[in-house]
Design a protein around this ligand. Structure first.
Ligand SMILES: [Zn+2]
Ligand SMILES: [Zn+2]
Length: 364
């Protein structure tokens, strides 16, 4: 065991506590990654609020990048010194979901309470989301990581671990957009802006962003939205239909957790359209819709976890797009903070105006 610094959740709805914790060396199939950067995702905030339950104490954080500093046996060719991004997708590789090409819904359970983390006094400490990246180091499966170019800035790379793959993947893998189709994206935050980028990369004809403020709609246009609609309108889907020439969308990507967005999403669809549910509402929240309309118009509701990505296939593709100037990443970062400032960074993320706040680790 070695001692590292981490931001620990001791009680739901309370500030995280910076403390020394213990981390085990990597076992078979595992690597230790010393982190340079971890971004704050709304999922971390939802977990820390208690809305999804889970064990305490816990270390959250799951959008990370760093350098491999130790490996166990059988780590698929990864080596000490490799620069990598760390994701929460701990896929076994052999269950029916993994074998069927959907590692994001791997069926093999992982006991994160019995993972590599312990508190300073040796008690159990939950490695939340199989990552625990609000800490100086993580020990994770080699299946959760992807090599990145050494020259790629780690703060930028960390965004690939969750928000970017979720948004772009939802457009490309889940909605399976074809060039020329029309898209509505509800929510122009950290995930929604990437859904907009994904729709643009897929060759969408018109991309309508829906959000609460004009400011966010303007940012959405920088990422590829062709039109913006204020969610505060009484019937915002009517404005979207107008922007889409009266036909409705081939896909609506729901990139928020708020239930009214789920209730309204089918209203934006044209005939044969699909609503893709990307955001993660609180456990127990319910949504309603009118089944006869979906049946009569051949529409669908589809859930998408982590953009249905295969990280080893999709992240190298996205890195190439970034290097070619076709995928915006730098522009997604709204603030950089130290680990000691994590509670301030979380509060700033909660206001909804931030895109992505990134924690940078001091490796000096
Ligand atoms: Zn996330
Ligand atoms: Zn699996």
């Amino acid at each position: 065991m070695q001692t590292i610094k981490a931001a620990v959740c001791r009680a739901f709805n309370a500030p995280l506590v910076i403390e020394d914790i213990q981390i085990a060396p990597p076992g078979t199939g595992e690597v230790e990654v010393t982190l340079d950067a971890v971004a704050i995702c709304h999922s971390d905030i939802t977990y820390a609020s208690g809305a999804w339950g889970g064990h305490l104490p816990a270390v959250y954080g799951h959008e990370a990048a760093g350098i491999i500093t130790a490996t166990g046996d059988a780590v698929g060719g990864f080596q000490v010194g490799d620069a990598v991004v760390v994701t929460l997708i701990r896929a076994c590789g052999s269950c029916p979901s993994c074998a069927g090409g959907q590692p994001t819904i791997c069926e093999t359970p992982y006991n994160s309470v019995n993972g590599p983390l312990r508190t300073a006094d040796g008690s159990p400490l939950d490695q939340a989301m199989a990552c625990g990246a609000f800490a100086e180091k993580v020990v994770v499966s080699h299946r959760q990581i992807v090599k990145i170019p050494e020259t790629m800035p780690k703060d930028v790379a960390s965004l690939l671990s969750c928000g970017v793959i979720t948004g772009v993947g939802a457009a490309v893998n889940a909605a399976k957009l074809r060039p020329g189709q029309d898209v509505v994206v509800i929510g122009a935050g950290g995930v929604g802006l990437n859904a907009i980028q994904g729709a643009r990369l897929a060759g969408a004809r018109r991309i309508v962003a829906v959000d609460m403020t004009e400011e966010k709609l303007e940012i959405a246009k920088e990422f590829g939205a062709t039109h913006g609609v204020l969610a505060s309108l009484k019937e915002p889907w009517k404005a979207a239909f107008k922007a889409l020439g009266g036909r409705g969308a081939d896909a609506v990507l729901i990139a928020v957790g708020a239930i009214p967005a789920y209730d309204q999403a089918p209203r934006y669809l044209g005939r044969g359209g699909k609503a893709i549910m990307i955001g993660m509402p609180h456990s127990g929240d319910m949504s309603s819709y009118e089944p006869v309309v979906l049946a009569a118009l051949g529409q669908g509701l589809v859930g998408s976890k982590m953009g249905d990505v295969v990280i080893q296939r999709d992240i190298p593709w996205m890195i190439d797009l970034y290097e070619q100037g076709r995928l915006k990443l730098d522009e997604l970062i709204s603030g950089r903070w130290s680990l000691d400032q994590i509670n301030e960074a979380i509060e700033d993320t909660k206001t909804g105006s931030a895109k992505r706040n990134v924690i940078l680790f001091d490796r000096g």
